[in-house]
Design a protein around this ligand. Structure first.
Ligand SMILES: *Cc1c(COP(=O)(O)O)cnc(C)c1O
Length: 419
């Protein structure tokens, strides 16, 4: 098994020193379980990889926005890459100072911009000219200046899933490289805007270094051109996107990513910002689910689990692979299996056509590598309450989000007056 913090002790899968079966009994399923040590370790690896250059690792909150996760990272000095007012709120609650937040995303609303300007975040990563103009107005009304980078779209193919490629010419993200200089000149003309950096983010789950090198080389070129024109570029934001091993992918280790980036940025005096999400939390979490029923069809077995696409959306929307492990080894013969959820959709599956030890009703299984874009993408579709989340530290554990209730499902709903 590739994830050292999830390992078998006496045939039974543990998170650090804690048996997963114990957690499932205590808190029920579906249940997300995170390894605190693993999260910390990954963050420290990023931090250390950029040691010696002025840098800030801004965790991409959308990958896992549980407050306990954010708190652990914040305690280590992490900043936050946020994409909404809600994420600014969460990250602040978890103790991350807004001066360590960068705000990305193509659709920041006026209210969100006001919130971010008031909070005095480090920098807005601007994705269009119209956004820039609105931010200037918002900052002006607040009597403040907003620090910005433009998110350049370097037109680099990240060679990843099309849904998570964000740096191609035809993408909705960023500003086309041809228009970037014009954008910076416009920004310079705005009264309430301080141009401080250059930003990019080319996609997610990248498994090779080359696209990063290409993109950051462009960022560096843009920064150098801007300096020639008299801009004071103090931040280079490289985005996130480093991949993890779900199956057989072999993405570069964090250290290799760091040294490749530092090689490109040699001699650079700006502060380097990196926005990793998945590579910090992805392999630090699993989703525990219990098999409710099994049934046979056309030479394979369906195992119907109590977690579905509403709990973990990645298989349904990206066709993603997640390894599935029996928490307690039963030594059964392998069988062609589809692990599916209870949701009324054919797209509701966790694993398809998987040759794996036969599953029986009552078995506890762990959906591996579920720490990123797992709970944070969950919904209550089919009126299924949100799963609970537990954080483990050695042989200790804490419930860091209680299971959703039926009352939670209808919170805020009301009957219309006219009924
Ligand atoms: C999603 C996102 C990230 C994080 O991506 P990962 O693949 O999880 O590392 C970083 N920056 C921006 C702008 C993003 O949208």
């Amino acid at each position: 098994m590739m994830m050292s913090e999830f390992r078998r002790i006496g045939g039974e899968l543990h998170c650090e020193g804690t048996p997963l079966e114990t957690l499932a009994r205590r808190f029920g399923t579906p249940l997300y379980v995170y390894s605190e040590s693993s999260i910390r370790k990954n963050f420290k690896r990023f931090d250390k990889s950029f040691e010696g250059s002025d840098h800030l690792i801004c965790f991409a909150v959308k990958a896992n926005s549980n407050r306990a996760v954010l708190r652990s990272l914040g305690d280590l000095g992490a900043g936050a890459d946020v994409v909404s007012g809600g994420e600014i709120y969460r990250a602040s609650l978890a103790g991350i100072d807004p001066v360590r937040m960068v705000y990305s995303g193509v659709g920041k609303s006026i209210a969100e911009m006001e919130q971010a300007v008031e909070a005095k975040i480090l920098m807005f990563n601007i994705e269009s000219f119209s956004e820039l103009k609105v931010l200037d107005e918002v900052a002006g009304r607040a009597g403040k200046r907003a620090r910005i980078s433009l998110r350049i779209n370097p037109d680099v193919d990240p060679r990843t899933h099309p849904y998570v490629a964000t740096g191609l010419k035809n993408s909705k993200f960023g500003i086309r490289i041809e228009s970037v200089l014009e954008g910076y000149e416009r920004a310079r003309g705005l009264k309430n805007i301080d141009v401080v950096g250059v930003d990019c983010h080319i996609g997610s789950q990248l498994s090779s270094i080359d696209p990063f090198v290409e993109a950051v080389t462009r960022v560096k070129e843009v920064a150098s051109t801007l300096r020639d024109r008299g801009f004071d570029i103090r931040y280079l934001d490289l985005g996130g996107g480093l991949g993890i091993t779900y199956d057989r992918e072999s993405p570069p280790p964090i250290e290799e990513f760091g040294s490749a980036m530092r090689a490109v940025l040699k001699g650079e005096r700006a502060k380097i910002i990196v926005e990793p999400g998945r590579s910090i939390v992805g392999n630090a979490g699993v989703l525990l689910t219990r098999v409710l029923y099994t049934k046979k069809a056309e030479g394979k077995r369906f195992a119907i689990a109590d977690a579905g696409m509403n709990d973990l959306m990645r298989p349904s929307i990206y066709g993603s692979f997640h390894a599935i492990e029996q928490v307690v080894e039963k030594g059964r013969e392998p069988e062609m299996t589809d692990v599916v959820g209870p949701v009324c959709e054919s797209g509701d599956f966790l694993a398809k056509d998987r040759e794996m030890p036969a599953l029986r009703a009552g078995d506890l299984i762990a959906v591996m590598s579920a720490g990123a874009y797992g709970f944070s993408m969950a919904s209550t579709y089919n009126s299924r309450p949100l799963a609970a989340e537990v954080m483990v530290k050695g042989d200790r554990h804490a419930l860091v989000r209680q299971r959703g209730s039926y009352e939670d499902l209808v919170r805020g709903e009301r009957d219309p007056e006219f009924s």
